[in-house]
Design a protein around this ligand. Structure first.
Ligand code: TA6
Length: 279
């Protein structure tokens, strides 16, 4: 069964849209130019995570801690979300939609928590605003989780991209065996090899240069303390839903709470947001 597709379109001749499969944003067009990478081998059956766009990683980042049905990067990427509100045009001309995810038989089979995730998107002319609230309805039990926007930005040649805002940050390098911790000594981060790094306690803003049409992409984040940088480089050949020759055309810069899980107390909530802006 294919996942529902939702389109937010600002219209008014400023072809500016986003398309979602489930709650993975699979397309974001600004002035009719696609800003996101989606592999030509990606699967859209709702059973396997989509290879590209902006997958929603929750309640874990990475592999499960032990045996069991919890998939890598959690269940949110393949869960059935509800379209709670919209798409609605706001008085500003922007378009808003709100999606929600609550526990189900599927989630309970993987994670014994009652929860509600509310995911609000606002599409502006050159910006995409993404806000998430995780609510704990329990009266007694807190829970902890990771949450991350696994954003695949499209680019003509990843080797020409530079990412600001990481100088001096500590990062976990997952390409090392075992993964080890280092400090970023470069002013800007570039990609010239397999790169898989969790930068911790990063500043609230990054700029990626040389994305689509040689433009820059600004990322502003709130309450997302970590930033993951990933490009599989030649490892793409080991990823079935990733074309062997596609890796030069994407860079993942992912805002999330990864190195330390977030904790929500009974009756409490966690809120975080990210704004993407084409410069
Ligand atoms: O965010 C980087 C990462 O954790 C990499 O280690 C790589 O596994 C990537 O995510 C893709 O994961 P996926 O489960 O979508 O194949």
């Amino acid at each position: 069964m294919s996942t529902p597709v939702v389109v937010l379109d600002r219209g008014n001749n400023t072809t500016c849209t986003i398309n979602l499969h489930g709650c993975t944003i699979v397309s974001w067009r600004v002035n009719n130019q696609e800003q996101l990478f989606v592999s030509k081998r990606s699967v859209f059956d709702g059973k396997k995570p989509i290879r590209g766009g902006i997958p929603f990683v929750f309640p874990i980042f990475g592999g499960p801690m032990g045996p069991g049905p919890m998939p890598q990067h959690g269940f949110a990427r393949i869960a059935r979300w509800s379209l709670e509100k919209g798409p609605d045009r706001l008085h500003t001309g922007d378009v808003e939609a709100i999606f929600s995810l609550t526990e189900s038989d599927m989630t309970r089979s993987m994670w014994n928590c009652s929860f509600k995730v509310s995911y609000r998107l606002i599409l502006r002319e050159k910006e995409l605003h993404m806000n998430v609230v995780v609510f704990n309805p329990s009266k007694e039990v807190p829970f902890s989780f990771n949450l991350l926007f696994h954003t695949y930005f499209k680019c003509p040649d990843v080797r020409r991209c530079q990412v600001t805002g990481l100088a001096g940050c500590t990062f976990i390098d997952k390409t090392r065996e075992p993964p080890n911790t280092y400090q970023e000594c470069r002013d800007v981060v570039t990609i010239n090899e397999w790169t898989d790094r969790i930068y911790t306690h990063t500043p609230p803003e990054h700029i990626i240069t040389n994305v689509v049409s040689g433009r820059k992409m600004r990322i502003q984040k709130y309450n997302f303390p970590d930033t993951v940088i990933w490009n599989p480089w030649d490892k793409a050949k080991d990823i079935p839903d990733f074309g062997d020759d596609e890796y030069p055309n994407m860079i993942c810069v992912e805002s999330g709470t990864v190195s330390n899980p977030a904790t929500v107390m009974p009756g409490g909530c966690f809120e975080a947001s990210q704004v993407l802006q084409v410069m």
